[in-house]
Design a protein around this ligand. Structure first.
Ligand SMILES: Cc1ncc(COP(=O)(O)O)c(C=O)c1O
Length: 370
């Protein structure tokens, strides 16, 4: 089966895990710190905080910014549910925003402007498929309206995304992401005070961690804020350090494969389009394709599965998921709904080859035939 995504893990990760076990220090130690330093350097940032998921990172970001009950947070509905959940975790209200268009499925500036209210405190942009939302436009929007800008950067891991432009950005290292730590995430915030609040809240709001107390003369700790256990383990960080060294090469391979997809698709099935025809900075996280309006996606997926090719879709819009539909029944987002109904995600990961891309496109052509 050709999978939509798969982790690239091997001997390097096994050796790194064995070293952690032999060291007998398995959580929040030197490897987590080294991973934070290496990740921030690679992403043109001064510092970063490792957490146990991007979801945890988003939650900490909103909490550190003081988002709470009565506040509204603008969010794209074309995203993973965590993008909206983090607002609810803080007692705030997510306000769903449409995407720009079928060929630019990123949160729409015009629609965000239309949904502003006196309660709006923040906006979360999500770099769908790794394609970067417009840094200048969103920074100006946030500044003009006195909003915090948060980047859900789960899809945008790697220097190709450019430096963080939001007040906070959260990255994901889940198993299907551009690099993985099995589960894990990272937070970058240009303001060191804000990042320090994130760091402290990651570990119960405690003034020191176990490793720090071991090496310091202060045997006790204080708790200065409401915090959580969102810590990363040494095992995850050790995997992350190995993965990080290969991230540039992997993202370059993702880009090559994306170009191959665009070439083969435009030649062999021109009625299937790939969004983002105008080049944008990208980390090429997934390969979204838009099927023709008359195609039955379930049938196409079934036929491709029979041919040994897994496909999926990104995403069922959050506002249409039962939990959210029950709470926000009036939300209608025409561009998001139309896009989500036709989108099909094709396999894209660094182990895939260009001949396999050609084979996948051939299988899509066959699956679309009457
Ligand atoms: C857009 C987006 N945001 C947030 C997340 C949550 O990431 P994690 O699984 O690391 O919590 C994901 C993960 O799939 C995602 O795709």
């Amino acid at each position: 089966m050709l999978l939509v995504s798969e982790p690239t893990v091997g001997v390097g990760e096994k050796l790194a895990l064995a070293e952690v076990i032999d060291s007998n220090w398995i959580t929040m130690g030197g490897r987590v710190e080294a991973f934070e330093r290496a990740f921030s350097a690679q992403h043109q940032a001064e510092d970063a905080v490792a957490v146990n998921s991007c979801t945890a990172g988003l939650h900490l970001a909103l909490q550190a910014l003081g988002i709470g009950p009565g506040d509204e947070v603008l969010v794209p509905s074309l995203s993973f549910v965590a993008t909206a959940n983090c607002a609810l975790y803080c007692g705030a209200t997510p306000v769903f925003v449409d995407v720009e268009a079928a060929d630019l499925p990123l949160i729409s500036l015009n629609d965000a402007t239309a949904r502003l209210s006196p309660r709006t405190r923040a906006v979360i942009v999500m770099h769908y498929a790794g394609y970067m939302a417009d840094a200048q436009a969103w920074r100006s929007f946030a500044d003009a309206h006195g909003l915090f800008l948060i980047e859900d950067s789960a899809h945008a891991v790697g220097p190709g995304r450019g430096p963080v432009f939001g007040d906070v950005a959260a990255f994901s290292f889940y198993g299907n992401k551009n690099m993985t730590t099995a589960e894990g995430g990272m937070v970058i915030a240009p303001d060191p005070d804000l990042l320090e609040r994130v760091r402290r809240a990651r570990g119960h709001g405690m003034t020191s961690g176990t490793a720090e107390r071991l090496h310091s003369r202060v045997p006790t700790y204080d708790v200065t804020m409401l915090g959580f256990n969102y810590r990363m383990t040494e095992l995850n960080a050790a995997i992350g350090l190995v993965q990080l060294r290969q991230l540039d090469a992997w993202n370059a391979q993702r880009e090559r494969l994306t170009r191959a997809y665009r070439r083969h698709l435009s030649r062999r099935c021109p009625d299937v389009s790939v969004p983002f025809p105008v080049p944008l900075a990208s980390t090429y996280h997934i390969l979204p394709a838009l099927l023709p309006a008359h195609a039955d996606r379930a049938v196409v997926m079934d036929r491709m599965r029979s041919a040994g090719i897994q496909t999926t879709f990104h995403y069922p819009p959050i506002h249409q998921l039962s939990y959210y539909r029950d709470r926000f029944p009036a939300v209608v987002l025409p561009h998001t709904e139309a896009f989500a109904a036709r989108e099909l995600t094709l396999p894209l990961h660094p182990r895939l080859s260009e001949p396999q891309v050609e084979e996948i496109v051939g299988s899509l052509v066959a699956a679309l035939a009457d």
